[in-house]
Design a protein around this ligand. Structure first.
Ligand code: FAD
Length: 338
């Protein structure tokens, strides 16, 4: 039997990892915070944000203005840039001392790396890539909803005996919160000792790729396999609508769109107000990425295509004439994207 790092009856509060890079908080941390606040209100638990970095006074001030009861801040020169080893070592020290009941992270590149290492160090469970978080009635245990087996199964996972109960949630799963000014949360600075050998990786250089983040796009034109040969039309429609281009995995695998534009289970969870989905069948691994969309317009030549079950407006036709008609119509209106 694996002995818990600390017993459930000693664990207190809901904690959210406030991921930051160069002092800028990751949007997913704010999304997570809003859901964590709902869970904290439901259970009466205290809500704490954990901030880690090099020299982060400005980020501490920003974090203190969020909807938190408390900010715990850890700064150390070896945390100035994210390395999984140093962060896991430092965050584990804080967790072992403070004993949170739940510890939630964004499923970003950093968050995933950190969460997995923490789960091993702390000998606890990790529900990764949750599509929902809730509390079990009666026990108050954290319930993490995840989809498995290619989206065919939705499982609810809980961690009964080990603490903290840990989960990661992908960007876009929870809505972006509306930030309102509120009384400052208290900031508790904790000192951690990180021996140099705990950071075996040295960051020599960092380059930011100028990519797109379609999880925040208000409008999307999505290319599926049925858009084969019509990417010019998809681009023209995106321009006319003032939209970003999204894609199914087939379209990405075919090289018509870059990987960062893939929507779905292994891509991005998007929340556009409008999505025009062109030539996608509507596989569950895809639709999970647009189920939070406002208006979904689907164009497919097959009247039986499952995408029509998700769509608000269904157009049974070949994508090409529909795209051209839409572009012409939009262009006939002043500004095109109104
Ligand atoms: C573990 C796992 C994870 C996955 N993750 C993802 C993911 O994140 N995102 C994702 O998209 N997929 C994902 N997939 C793949 C997914 O199962 C589907 O294979 C994929 O979404 C299908 O893409 P599609 O709809 O573009 O293609 P298809 O299923 O081939 O559908 C093409 C559709 O276009 C229509 N069509 C064809 N020609 C035209 C035309 N000229 N005009 C109008 N309609 C036309 C057809 O009727 C058909 O419905 C995943 C699969 C697995 C197993």
């Amino acid at each position: 039997m694996i002995v818990p790092a600390y017993p459930p009856h000693e664990a207190r509060g809901i904690w959210v990892f406030l991921e930051q890079d160069d002092g800028i908080l990751a949007p997913v941390s704010l999304e997570l915070l809003a859901r964590a606040r709902e869970l904290a209100s439901e259970s009466g638990a205290e809500l704490t944000g954990l901030l880690a970095g090099g020299d982060i006074p400005a980020t501490e001030t920003e974090a203190a203005g969020l909807d938190l009861d408390r900010v715990v801040s850890v700064s150390h020169p070896l945390l100035a840039q994210f390395t999984a080893e140093a962060y896991a070592y430092a965050v584990a020290q804080v967790i072992l001392e403070q004993k949170p009941d739940m510890f939630l992270l964004g499923a970003t590149a950093y968050g995933r790396d950190l969460a997995g290492r923490l789960a091993v160090i702390l000998r606890t469970g990790l529900t990764a890539d949750c599509t929902g978080l809730a509390l079990e009635s009666g026990t108050g245990l954290l319930l993490g909803e995840v989809s498995g087996f290619g989206g065919g199964v939705v499982a609810t996972i809980r961690c009964e005996n080990h603490r903290p109960q840990m989960a990661t949630v992908r960007p876009g799963v929870f809505p972006e919160p509306v930030l309102t000014p509120r009384p400052k949360a208290s900031v508790v600075r904790m000192v951690v000792d990180i021996p140099a050998h705990r950071r075996p990786v040295h960051v020599v250089d960092r380059r930011h790729r100028a990519g797109v983040d379609i999880s925040r796009a208000e409008r999307l034109v999505v290319a599926g396999a049925g858009a084969r040969g019509h990417m010019d039309g998809i681009e023209a429609l995106a321009v006319a609508l003032g939209a970003e281009i999204g894609a199914t995995r087939v379209a990405v695998d075919e090289g018509w769109a870059t990987r960062e534009r893939q929507i779905g289970q292994t891509g991005v969870i998007a929340r556009p107000k409008v999505a025009v989905v062109c030539g996608a069948s509507g596989a569950s691994q895809f639709t999970v990425g647009i189920e939070q969309a406002g208006l979904v317009v689907a164009v497919n030549q097959d009247a039986e295509a499952p995408i029509f079950e998700q769509a608000d407006l269904c157009v049974v036709d070949d994508v090409s004439p529909v795209i051209h008609a839409l572009v012409a119509e939009l262009q006939s209106h002043a500004g095109g994207a109104s």
